[in-house]
Write a protein that binds this ligand. Structure first.
Ligand code: SAH
Ligand code: SF4
Ligand code: F3S
Length: 475
């Protein structure tokens, strides 16, 4: 895999995994079992937690073992062709399990369900359920239909659904950090992107239910929440009874005020929408993390225009300057697409130079994958040859490698407050956690009486491209 992906936490379309539900109560309470695998962005992982909650009320408990599952669900992603191929492969594998256990149901949820609709039933003969992202409340009824031998489909998109009242069942949780979905859909029409088609119109969730969910998590011992949306800076909740409109900056502040012990993160910010008000709010509260994921997509103004990103290279540079001015020690990461329709060599070089200017701490990089139905697919020719796309991608990956390594080297000698997320995967004698600016820090446990969810000051002694290595200090 060429994508630079060591941080799988906030934003990773290739993240995938099985899920189980440690907080779902006694598994014996449930008559039936479901197994769910999630692909794509954090929104999908968050949705799987909503699905788990809905399924619990319908008598299904989670299992990690496909062999004992009565229902297998794949929460899917359509962002690039490769993402869909991975899911198709997985569906073929489940065909074997279904042959062994004919009563078992297989369902496809999420963006691929929405994009392909009932075609999925035709194409993948063994799929029993197809449910789009706004139709999860109807899952229990659809399961009944499927159990009765019918093919069950609901891919209706909604202008209102935010699942505000559903209390997510935390899957795969470390008990320290959790996602909170604050909005759904996307109104931007980036020409390369399938999300507006799979997720529908943008809508914001009731601010009170968001704050209540964050408070509940904090009361249960969680120490970090990540507010999720495709474009969080355009969050806007109109509370008609109180005659007030809650902006994203106001929401951030409301969540930050729950406790200084609760870290607040958010993802994703569209550069055109992130305001000074948001930046000042981040600067004002120590517990709002100094980290912004600010996808640029391309460093060239002509390509940005074709992509319909609505900003220019220079405008983006000014935004970076403004962030650095208001939040001096801010981690910044980006998404970049290389080889977009008609991109020339010079335009590719513009992306490399903008990466350097922005000095990203981290980057997610992809080559352009044409998605059926998008504006780009209709208007422009996908004319950059694959070998050129791959070579350009390798060049931006190499550039980011150096930027990330240098960024980590700059942290050597500094001391950071780290929230402990758990033991290091490689060494059980070490803890692993993150700094406010979203760097992974690993350090020996030593004799200290610490546990997951504690904050500790750590001095960085050395680094690799992906990790800072440190020791506990009293500073
Ligand atoms: N809402 C987020 C991103 C959602 S998709 C935002 O606006 O930043 C995550 C990333 O996938 C995008 O930022 C983009 O870099 C990449 N992506 C989206 N469509 C793509 C396509 N057709 N081909 C390659 N990469 C794509
Ligand atoms: Fe896609 Fe653009 Fe919306 Fe992000 S902002 S989800 S890239 S359309
Ligand atoms: Fe993929 Fe849908 Fe997210 S297309 S990136 S799962 S919104």
């Amino acid at each position: 895999m060429i994508d630079l992906m060591t941080d799988t936490k906030l934003h990773d379309e290739n993240r995938q995994g099985e899920a189980y539900a440690p907080f779902a109560g006694d598994p014996n309470l449930y008559q039936k079992k479901f197994y769910i695998e999630s692909y794509g962005c954090a929104m999908n992982f968050s949705d799987s937690e909503i699905v788990a909650s809905i399924l619990n009320t319908a008598g299904f408990g989670a299992t990690r073992n496909t062999e004992e599952a009565d229902l297998i669900l794949l929460n899917t992603c359509s962002i690039r062709e490769k993402a869909e191929q991975t899911i198709r492969k997985r569906l073929t594998e489940f065909r074997k399990s279904k042959q062994r256990k004919p009563g078992m149901l297989i369902g496809v949820l999420g963006c691929m369900a929405e994009r392909l609709k009932s075609n999925l039933l035709e194409e993948e003969k063994l799929v029993d359920l197809v449910v789009g992202p706004d139709a999860y409340r109807t899952l229990p009824g659809l399961i009944e239909e499927a159990e009765g031998g019918q093919k069950a489909v609901n891919v209706l998109l909604s202008r209102e659904e935010t699942y505000a009242d559903i209390s997510p069942v935390r899957l795969e949780s470390n008990g320290v950090s959790a996602f909170i979905s604050i909005m759904r859909g996307c109104n931007n029409m980036c020409s390369f992107c399938v999300v507006p088609f799979t997720r529908g119109r943008e809508r914001s969730r009731d601010a009170r239910s968001i704050v209540a969910e964050a408070q509940d998590l904090f009361d249960r011992g969680f120490k970090e929440v990540t507010l999720l949306g495709q474009n969080v800076d355009s969050y806007q909740f109109v509370n008609e009874q109180m005659d007030e409109t809650v902006s994203f900056a106001m929401l951030l502040e409301m969540v930050a005020k729950i406790s200084p012990q609760l870290r607040v993160r958010f993802s994703t910010s569209h550069p055109k929408d992130i305001t000074d008000e948001v930046l000042f709010t981040i600067a004002k509260y120590d517990n709002i993390c100094n980290y912004i994921h600010l996808p640029v997509q391309s460093g060239n103004t002509r390509i940005l225009q074709l992509m319909n990103r609505t900003y220019t290279r220079e405008w983006y540079m000014k935004k970076i300057d403004r962030i650095r001015e208001i939040i001096p020690d801010c981690g910044i990461s980006s998404d970049i697409i290389t080889g977009f329709c008609s991109e020339t060599e010079e335009e590719h070089l513009d992306t490399l130079s903008l990466m350097e200017y922005s000095n990203y701490d981290y980057g997610y990089m992809y080559f352009y994958s044409e998605r059926p139905g998008t504006l780009a697919a209709k208007r422009y020719k996908d004319d950059v040859p694959e070998d050129v796309k791959k070579r350009r991608l390798q060049e931006i990956v190499d550039k980011q490698y150096i930027l990330s390594l240098n960024s980590n080297k700059r942290d050597v000698g500094k001391t950071y407050e780290v929230l402990i997320e758990g033991e290091s995967k490689k060494d059980e004698q070490s803890w692993m956690g993150r700094s406010s600016h979203n760097k992974v820090i690993v350090f020996p446990k030593e004799q200290h009486d610490l546990k997951k969810g504690d904050y500790v000051m750590v001095k960085v002694n050395s680094c690799t491209k992906g990790t800072l290595l440190g020791t506990i200090t009293n500073a």
